[in-house]
Design a protein around this ligand. Structure first.
Ligand code: GUN
Length: 279
């Protein structure tokens, strides 16, 4: 039976440390969140981000927009937030309404306020193994989980499934920077099972429920599940068939309670770190 990686517990420890450091500050970090979509999951994420920021004593502002919002309004808002010295972190929740140009808005965010690390300057620094102002929260949280459980990364055969800018690509970069051998697979990859079977660490971020089965994984491998899809019965389902896989591997993350809480904790840490860099 595998060790279940307890992301909730690790995130609480991280947040406790952050609370201690934040309590010592006279002025508190602040985060502005822009929500321009109708997606239920995004609303839930944004609410939890706001709740956690308030617990830490951060100032948090959420700007919610209707479907009629124009690109120009968001440009104006980001310019205003960039120029406001009371705002330390800007988060543009993705995805956006279809008519909006995501890349233009991400590039407009001042890189030192880019709490997600999505700006090309920050991704460029990440891919060059230089110091970004902030590193994308989910991949950063996953590295913290691996380190917490003392899971070796150096030289390991690792597989990231999913090539999104939010998880897959930055995850592959972080693993490469930590001297892993990295394969990046995605929806067009042929013979996925042949790829998964030889890997020491698999990080799956596809959003395809129960994609990863027992016969696809190597004995004693480490399985990190980033997928989270709400089923019709309201149950949250990951990319990994947890019950089927858990007896074959050495470590596995549950859904929920694995990667999710780490994303929020890392967002809070990024906000704090941006605040320090600006002050
Ligand atoms: N949508 C899904 N995950 C994320 C995230 O980590 N940051 C932002 N900005 N949008 C997301």
């Amino acid at each position: 039976m595998a060790t279940i990686i307890d992301g909730k517990k690790v995130s609480i420890e991280l947040l406790k440390e952050l609370q201690k450091k934040t309590d010592k500050l006279q002025k508190k970090p602040s985060i502005a969140v822009i929500l321009a979509n109708n997606d239920d999951a995004s609303r839930i994420y944004v609410n939890s981000k706001e709740k956690q920021a308030n617990i830490l004593g951060y100032k948090s502002m959420v700007y919610k927009f209707e479907k009629t919002v124009k690109q120009e309004e968001l440009i104006e808002l980001i310019n205003k937030l960039n120029n406001d010295s009371n705002v330390n972190a800007i988060l543009l929740q993705l995805p956006l309404f279809n008519h909006l140009n995501e890349n233009e808005l991400i590039e407009l965010i001042n890189p030192i306020k880019d709490v997600d690390g999505f700006h090309p300057l920050n991704t460029g620094k990440l891919y060059s193994n230089l110091n970004p102002f902030a590193v994308c929260c989910t991949p950063k949280g996953i590295i913290k989980l691996l380190d917490y459980y003392k899971i070796d990364i150096t030289g390991k055969n690792t597989l990231v499934i999913g090539r999104s800018n939010i998880v897959g690509k930055p995850m592959a970069a972080l693993l490469t920077n930590r001297d892993a051998t990295v394969t990046l697979a995605h929806s067009k990859s042929e013979n996925l099972k042949e790829i998964t079977k030889t890997k020491d660490i698999i990080i799956s971020a596809t959003g395809c429920p129960k994609l990863i089965k027992k016969d696809m994984v190597k004995q004693n491998s480490v399985i990190i599940d980033v997928g989270i899809v709400k089923q019709n019965n309201g149950k949250l389902m990951g990319d990994v068939d947890f019950e089927n896989v858990k007896d074959k591997v050495s470590y596995i993350t549950p859904v929920p309670g694995g990667v999710g809480p780490m994303t929020i904790a890392c967002l809070m840490e990024n906000t704090y770190e941006l605040f320090l860099k600006q002050n």
